[in-house]
Design a protein. Sequence first.
Length: 241
Amino acid sequence: MAAENGTTVEIEGPLKELLQINSEISVIVDQLVDEEATLHAKYELKKAPLYKKRQHVIENIPKFWLTSSLIEMEDAEAISYLKNIEIQRSTANPINYKIVFIFGENPYFENDRLVKEFDFSDKGNTKVVNHAINWKEAMDLTALAKKSEEEEGSDDFSENEDSSFFCWFNDENGSELADLIANDLFPNADMYFVDNDLSDDEETPVFELAHSDDEDEEAINGNVSDEDVEGAPAAKRAKRS
């Protein structure tokens, strides 16, 4: 490569060397992120008895999760039957977990628990187990998304950000949203509840179900938005830009 003043030729070598150094730094940064995620999961597991204690308190607050959950408003009536959320982490490897939504009897589905499992042991190859929702007749909130999926030939329900939240339980991945629930909404539930309760003038933010190519890595790393609004949970900071 040449340039009229020779500048390009002069800096080409140093630029290649700089890129190589940055590549080596990135390896160390990746190691740091992985270790931070592992440490975070370890301490989330240690909090489990306190979360269990908190669960009993939450059950005495009517429609707590309807207020604190960032759900598409079209799902609000169904979510009003949500009694609690559990994050059941593996004791062998706490970075792996089940997300369990506990429901009371409702007109939408037969299940008393909606479950989705994530195994991040193999980095970049997340294993997901979806547990079927047994919808009652003519009450399937995901029916429209299923029809669209059949017409377009896509297996990713989360490609449509207007889809019902319940489509996530059919999504082949969904780890980005899982990270938001397990590592932000669940541990910071009281902050979401209080903030929503005091912010009547603000539009309620919603989960975006759009798929990301980096979902696996983001879910493992526990990444949150870079936009830092002090005192608000991470997911809300991401939505208030």
